[in-house]
Design a protein around this ligand. Structure first.
Ligand code: UDP
Length: 484
């Protein structure tokens, strides 16, 4: 680098090691690399990174950016993925010791020389700022110690963040915690959600039976730590969560709503003719045969069923879904991950194994974004993970929601009651109700949901188009990084 020449900024991006967090933050990393000559160091857990390397073409996706590199952390927890709150706590505990030395090294070294293993030839400028997953307090602490400005990125919906943010008021008003009974009792102290939020729509850790020791304290300190940052990034758009975003802005004025990120990235790649989006983001190998099967099905006739990358189901729950789906008579495409079953000693029934069965087709991992964009898909039975929700609404696919944890309960309430994009199957899992809901979504109320879904899709597409709110907010984020 010439003496006196201004060096480009260098951003460290650090997600929590789970697919639902890594996937949108990788999309942001690619957008930053495409839109500017910002250097990006992406910190990934070794277990996740190795899986991504096996299943995704990381080299062609990121190797073309000279300023991009990965750094990995060995969590020392094997290559299993977090499935429960205990697993998540174990990861957070491990990061407290394993992430610290790497972060310090990155933040304190000026112009570090890098070898080819870092995928960067030459020098990397000193770190300008950190974009950290909002749940990684350790990253913020080290950044503060080293004087590095931090932005938080919350990979959940803004609405669920807001519900977490209101936990102190809920405790103060005696609305938290609550028992597993009377789950339809309204919740009055989450501003902006008074008219529709019930106990059952709050994250499951709010229920006394699931309440881990110190859980509220931990969630509160994580959520409030965002007040110490320069701003908060959300994978959402103004047209979707505007009223709740306005509530958040009262306390955290600097929000960057830049989603849906998967679509934002696709648009950017298309508009700059910089190649096709690499849609494979999985930790498992995609079974693309399902796309061929979908090609043979009539328009809008297939229900896509997937519960994301984290949650596990009991054999009983899987069986109820199987009978409900088969009895509905609707065609379905179902993702049953190899590690989906809760009890390690249980084995999957033969009808739940991969292949074509009854009125369905089963795969262990699907190219979900492509599946949802396929004209044969007419509905999505989902666990309401935030990425799945955004991917579905972007393609105008109505949903049946079966949420289990974290932000999923809040998301599904918004899908059913606020955005009216589908049905909320929360807290039940019986074949009769499943069959009824599938018929309602795919037949009886199909037009009503499709109309709403089309309206929402238009808003989503406008937000990531030229001049749209998410496009402008990404530009603002880049400018703010440059001005540090
Ligand atoms: N996904 C996929 N193939 C599948 C199932 C899921 O590519 O068969 C992707 C999906 O597109 C989404 C992510 O996995 O981007 C799941 O994230 P989400 O936030 O919905 O749920 P989580 O896995 O975090 O519970």
């Amino acid at each position: 680098m010439e003496q006196g020449a201004r060096q480009p900024p260098h951003v460290v991006i650090f997600p929590f090691p789970a697919l639902g967090h890594v996937h949108p933050m990788l999309n942001l990393a690619e957008l930053l690399s495409l839109s500017s000559n910002i250097h990006v160091t992406f910190i990934n857990a070794l277990s996740i990174h190795n899986r991504l390397l096996r299943c995704t073409d990381l080299q062609s996706r990121f190797g073309r950016f000279p300023g991009f590199r990965f750094k990995t952390i060995n969590l020392g927890l094997g290559d299993g993925l977090p499935h429960s709150s205990d697993d998540i706590m174990a990861v957070l505990k491990s990061l407290r010791t394993t992430a610290k030395p790497l972060l310090k090294e990155l933040f304190l070294l000026d112009n570090c020389e890098l070898g080819t293993t870092d995928k960067i030839i030459g020098q990397v400028p000193p770190v300008t700022c950190l974009i950290s997953d909002g749940i990684l307090i350790i990253a913020l602490e080290v950044a503060e110690e080293c004087g590095i400005p931090t932005f938080h990125f919350r990979t959940s919906s803004a609405s669920s963040f807001w519900a977490y943010y209101c936990i102190p008021q809920l405790i103060h008003a005696g609305e938290l915690p609550f028992s597993g009974n009377d789950l339809d009792t309204p919740i009055a102290n989450v501003k902006g959600m008074e008219s529709f939020l019930r106990r059952r729509d709050l994250p499951s850790f709010c229920r006394v039976d699931n309440l881990g020791e110190g859980a509220f304290q931990c969630v509160m300190s994580v959520t409030l730590s965002t007040l110490r940052t320069k701003g908060l990034i959300f994978n959402t758009f103004e047209g979707l969560e505007g009223p709740i975003l306005d509530q958040i802005r009262v306390d955290i004025p600097n929000l960057y709503t830049i989603g849906p990120l998967h679509a934002h990235l696709k648009n950017k790649l298309a508009s700059e003719s910089k190649g096709k989006s690499i849609s494979s983001n999985g930790l498992w190998e995609e079974d693309r045969s399902c796309l061929k099967w979908l090609d043979e099905q009539p328009s809008r006739s297939v229900l896509y069923v997937s519960f994301g990358s984290v949650i596990t189901l009991t054999k009983h729950e899987l069986t109820e879904f199987w009978h409900g789906l088969v009895n509905s008579g609707q065609q379905f495409l179902w993702v049953i991950r190899h590690d989906v079953i809760k009890d390690k000693d249980d084995v999957l029934e033969v009808e739940l194994k991969e292949g074509r069965k009854e009125n369905g087709y089963i795969v262990s991992w699907a190219p979900q974004e492509e599946v949802l964009a396929h004209p044969s898909i007419g509905g999505f039975l989902t666990h309401s993970g935030w990425n799945s929700t955004l991917e579905s609404l972007y393609e105008a696919v109505p949903m049946i929601c079966w949420p289990q944890l974290a932000d999923q309960q809040v998301n599904s309430r918004f899908v059913g009651e606020v955005w009216k994009l589908g049905l909320d199957l929360k807290d039940t899992c019986g074949r009769v109700i499943i069959e009824k809901m599938v018929s309602e979504l795919m037949e009886a109320r199909r037009n009503e949901f499709l109309q709403r879904a089309n309206e929402m899709t238009k808003l989503a597409r406008a937000s990531v188009s030229e001049g749209g709110s998410s496009t402008r907010n990404l530009d603002r984020l880049i400018q703010d990084i440059y001005s540090i």
